[in-house]
Design a protein around this ligand. Structure first.
Ligand SMILES: Cc1cc2nc3c(=O)[nH]c(=O)nc-3n(C[C@H](O)[C@H](O)[C@H](O)COP(=O)(O)OP(=O)(O)OC[C@H]3O[C@@H](n4cnc5c(N)ncnc54)[C@H](O)[C@@H]3O)c2cc1C
Length: 770
């Protein structure tokens, strides 16, 4: 006992007396920290430092403040936004015919372009003083999601000017003259913008673009001015084929020192009218059958005046920082909106189809195998919509959360891909035969586009989420890095010493709490609510402690190597992401007023996220470079093993049943899914058939019973079946008529398209339902 007391006393003295602590602990730790610090390029540092930390920081702290999360207000629409959603948005949606756009027009029809311009769909992020709509992130997300449920081509066309590009860059960095010159035209749609960063040699590694701008003197409008001679070759650029203004990213050099001492100024962004001499807009690409404009642009020795740099000369070389600071809209709103559309459509139409499509005398949604897929669709769609809302909430609160938007982009598009695969499997041939009657195929084809753009997903998962999260969300690491980078060694050491003591306390607290929660199954962890969801809050708090502990130990033992150990760091990123998604699910359940009907979805989603956390931790422990440390961490976080199970089958079955049931719960889960109130349109027709079959359920049951008994033949269909049911007194005259009409609806709801062979060979797709 006295030895322990002496040891504690020694530790207290070492830690408590600043001079001793600095000499024995902080100084060697400072040196070690400087040595293991990952080497960072300027572009990496700018990416790392861009943006804010929000709920992700809480999750990384090991002690998420659930009350503060639940207190955060859900954003609502202004009267103007609501009027736009009810008016111009509905008008646009009704005018969209996605099959016609992609198969015939290979462009949006003239009247759709006209509607987009008339209602200023391109101006959601432009301020009112320039004629823009100045909508919130919530409205932007709602509008793009809903358009994407109708047409991916229209959604991509509209989302691009409303995310990273000329409009946003001008709004944040443009000079007054630039704003006044460009923004009114962009708001009206007279000017069509595109933004060109990617080229053949620079995709994910956009910081290494080979396109150059050299400061020199040249002639502009008959006068000699200081400007930039540009050379570029870009590809994959959305809207480039129709753009009137090109946002261009290039590396700027000043070999003659016309601007100052520096020769290499770095990445710079300029705005160039596409009709400017030397600007070449090349041919179109053909992105997975989608008709949105996407293509190439080139320029050789194109001279532009220096004040075409966005923000003017003072922003020369600041392009990368500007781009990193403006990533939130694209990553947090636009691409997630495409995934949201997939989720809402998949749930709505798969539920309807699984009810109207019968096999072996039963709706296919009654078969367990199909229910498993439907469970995934409903469960993941609950997570998709929850994540959309939480991220939009952060944006509406004024944050620009870089880690959260990276998580949102990656996981929503991945969940969207899973949901779409399941929807297609349930629809089988109906999902494969393309034509106006196929409401899935276009989105299915286009799904990899969201996976690829704004940070291809493999890179986003492996480099961005944890790579940035570990330093940005950790309460001390970024400040410690700044202290280590301080050129004044003494000041750096003092700051480091101060942080280190807190960091040690933080790590010790996490180790103890992670182990304690592991031993007790988190029974004593705090939860802000009581009821069915309490246990999830407790488990998430426990996993948050585990993440904080494992992240600290990884950074301590691997240092700069952790950046290259993508498979290790990505798994910690997965833990952070699933903690975020599970938080989003819990918040949505509360915000929606704890709907009992939503409980199977909530249980499914949360079990799924906890299971994914367990899988990520398991891979992390198994592959930790030092086996002993990996084993020790596993023991501390999961002393009794990893026990998070996949969602129970009963939840999948309950979800499948709910998806096949019309009513308020279905509307709540799929409210962004557009269906046209017109029986001629496939979406309106599917709704009609689905609802009508529900109304006639009793009639259908009687006919099926009679078929089983052999009273009427099982081989009859449609009108003949209705007649036989009437003739055999199974149905009365009125019922037989209703049944016959409903069968016509049902047959049409399961129909697919066919095309004349000769016409199809000529590229004409005049569809006939079959
Ligand atoms: C339809 C479409 C529209 C687009 N619109 C625009 C636009 O308007 N403007 C614009 O500038 N660009 C645009 N892009 C470009 C898009 O942003 C790039 O395609 C994207 O950055 C990926 O580049 P890449 O295709 O060259 O893939 P690559 O960079 O070659 O990547 C190939 C694979 O390697 C992975 N990878 C690369 N490096 C790493 C790493 N360090 N760790 C782990 N994985 C890694 C990537 O995740 C990817 O899976 C568009 C692309 C498409 C397809």
């Amino acid at each position: 006992m006295s030895i322990i007391l002496i040891l504690l006393l020694i530790i207290a003295v070492i830690l408590g007396v600043p001079d001793i602590r600095r000499k024995l602990i902080s100084k060697p730790a400072f040196k070690f920290f400087k040595r293991v610090l990952p080497p960072m390029s300027n572009t990496e540092r700018e990416a790392m430092e861009a943006g804010d930390v929000w709920w992700d920081g809480e999750l990384f702290s090991g002690q998420p403040d659930w009350f503060s999360l639940l207190k955060t207000k859900v954003p609502t629409f202004t009267a103007e936004e609501q009027a736009f959603i009810d008016g111009p948005l509905e008008e646009l949606l009704a005018a969209l015919d996605d099959f016609d756009i992609n198969a015939h027009q290979r462009d949006l029809p003239e009247e759709v372009w006209a509607l987009i311009k008339k209602h200023r769909f391109f101006a959601m992020i432009i301020g009112k003083e320039y004629g823009g709509l100045d909508f919130s992130a919530a409205a932007n997300s709602h509008i793009v999601s809903r358009i994407a449920t109708r047409s991916l081509t229209a959604a991509v066309t509209i989302m691009v000017p409303n995310s990273l590009g000329p409009g946003e860059l001008l709004t944040h960095y443009g000079t007054m003259e630039q704003k006044q010159y460009w923004l009114p035209g962009l708001a009206k749609g007279d000017e069509i913008p595109c933004f060109a960063l990617t080229g053949p040699e620079a995709g994910s590694d956009a910081g290494s673009i080979p396109d150059t701008g050299v400061i020199c003197k040249g002639e502009f409008n008959g006068e000699e001015v200081v400007g930039i001679r540009l050379n570029w070759s870009k590809r994959y650029i959305t809207l480039a084929p129709v753009a009137t203004v090109l946002g261009l990213a290039f590396k700027l050099y000043d070999p003659e020192h016309l601007l100052g001492d520096k020769e290499e100024l770095g990445i710079t962004c300029a705005l160039i009218p596409t009709k400017h001499e030397g600007v070449e807009i090349g041919d179109r690409h053909y992105p997975l059958t989608q008709a949105f404009m996407n293509g190439t642009t080139y320029g050789k020795d194109v001279f532009i005046p220096i004040d075409w740099i966005i923000g003017g000369q003072k922003y020369a070389g600041k392009g990368w920082q500007m781009l990193m600071e403006c990533l939130s809209a694209g990553r947090g709103i636009s691409l997630p909106a495409l995934a949201t559309a997939t989720g809402h459509n998949a749930q709505r139409f798969t539920g309807a189809y699984a009810f109207v499509r019968h096999q072996f005398g039963l709706p296919i949604g009654k078969f367990e195998g199909v229910q498993e897929a439907m469970g995934r669709i409903g469960g993941l769609n609950y997570s998709i919509e929850s994540m959309r809302r939480l991220t939009v909430t952060a944006l509406c609160e004024g944050y620009s959360p870089s880690v959260i938007t990276a998580m949102t982009k990656y996981h929503m598009t991945e969940m969207g891909r899973q949901v779409m695969n399941d929807a297609l499997d349930v629809h089988a041939g109906k999902g494969i035969q393309m034509g106006p009657l196929n409401y899935l195929a276009s989105t299915y084809m286009g799904t990899p586009i969201s996976i690829t753009v704004e940070g291809a997903n493999i890179l986003t998962r492996n480099l961005m989420i944890f790579g940035q999260g570990a330093t940005r969300c950790h309460p001390y690491v970024l400040a410690e890095m700044e202290a280590a980078a301080n050129e004044d060694e003494d000041a750096g050491l003092r700051a480091f010493d101060h942080l280190l003591i807190k960091h040690i306390g933080f790590a010790a607290g996490n180790t103890f709490s992670a182990f304690w929660h592991g031993l007790t199954g988190a029974r004593f962890a705090n939860a802000p609510v009581s009821g069915e969801t309490t246990k999830y809050y407790q488990q998430l708090s426990r996993m948050s402690r585990g993440l904080a502990l494992c992240a600290d130990v990884s950074m301590l033992t691997m240092g700069g190597d952790l950046k290259r150990k993508e498979m290790i760091s990505a798994r910690l990123g997965d833990v952070l992401s699933h903690l975020y998604m599970a938080s989003a699910v819990l918040k949505r359940f509360e915000d929606d007023g704890r709907q009992v009907a939503d409980l199977p979805f909530v249980h499914y989603a949360l079990a799924n996220h906890l299971h994914a956390i367990g899988v990520a931790f398991s891979g992390f422990f198994q592959n930790f470079p030092n086996g002993f440390v990996g084993g020790l961490l596993k023991f501390l976080v999961f002393p009794f093993g990893i026990r998070y199970q996949k969602p129970d089958d009963s939840y999948a079955q309950a979800i499948a049943d709910a998806m096949m049931q019309p009513g308020v719960a279905r509307e709540r889960h799929t409210f962004l899914s557009y269906w046209k109130d017109d029986a001629e349109d496939v979406t309106g027709h599917m709704e009609l058939a689905f609802v009508r079959m529900h109304e006639l359920q009793d009639v259908y049951k009687r006919v099926q019973k009679a078929q089983k008994k052999g009273t009427i033949s099982s081989n009859l269909l449609g009108a003949e079946l209705a007649e036989a049911a009437l003739a055999n007194d199974v149905l009365n005259a009125e019922e037989a008529e209703q049944f016959g009409e409903c069968e016509v609806l049902r047959m049409r709801a399961i129909a697919v398209d066919s095309f004349a062979n000769d016409e199809m060979k000529e590229g004409k797709f005049n569809a006939k339902p079959i």
